[in-house]
Design a protein around this ligand. Sequence first.
Ligand SMILES: [Zn+2]
Length: 215
Amino acid sequence: MTDTLRVADHDVFLVVDVQNDFCPGGNLAVPRGHEVVPLINMLAGKFAHVVLTQDWHPHGHLSFASSHSGKKEFQAIEANYGTQILWPDHCVQGTDGAAFRTDLEIPHAQLVLRKGYHREIDSYSAFYENDRKTATGLAGYLRERGFARIFVAGLAFDFCVRYSCEDARRQGFDVVVIEDACRSIDVDRSATATRDQFRSLGIPCALAEHITRVK
Ligand SMILES: [Zn+2]
């Protein structure tokens, strides 16, 4: 755990996939996913710059188990870009499940970045689709805006938060994960694997109470 971190003007808060389908009652509910919302609202108030990501799939998306006959949810398949876990249908474009939680209150968010809109490829990361090559454009946006450090929170810790943090680091940004403002799906110990991966990459995990605003 890190000591107090002061938010500066070159910092940006990346809020990952706080959508109805990832919260209890949704199609791909992250256990206790809704609990991050008040914490993320509070954190967002400490940042001048906030970016929201939104998982945004077409019907029949490759990541849906329903798109593969004989396959079950949470089974893995080999896609042409590598292993892909199959999920329940979720965050279908324009549906209520794909909408942000109505209790997410970040009116000053400057960008909503949608991802996962190509039918044949999933996108956990906010930076690259799951082939790790197709860019979403977020790195260019952040660089052009002059941001150097990215604080990350949201859903789910062990998938979209994890891959976003790894790619942010790969792109040369400083990264801080606000771990208590995340929740995990935890497929095959993926939450533990994520913590191990952050440790090995030197990505710090902070708590929301350690983040303070520079007046
Ligand atoms: Zn998805």
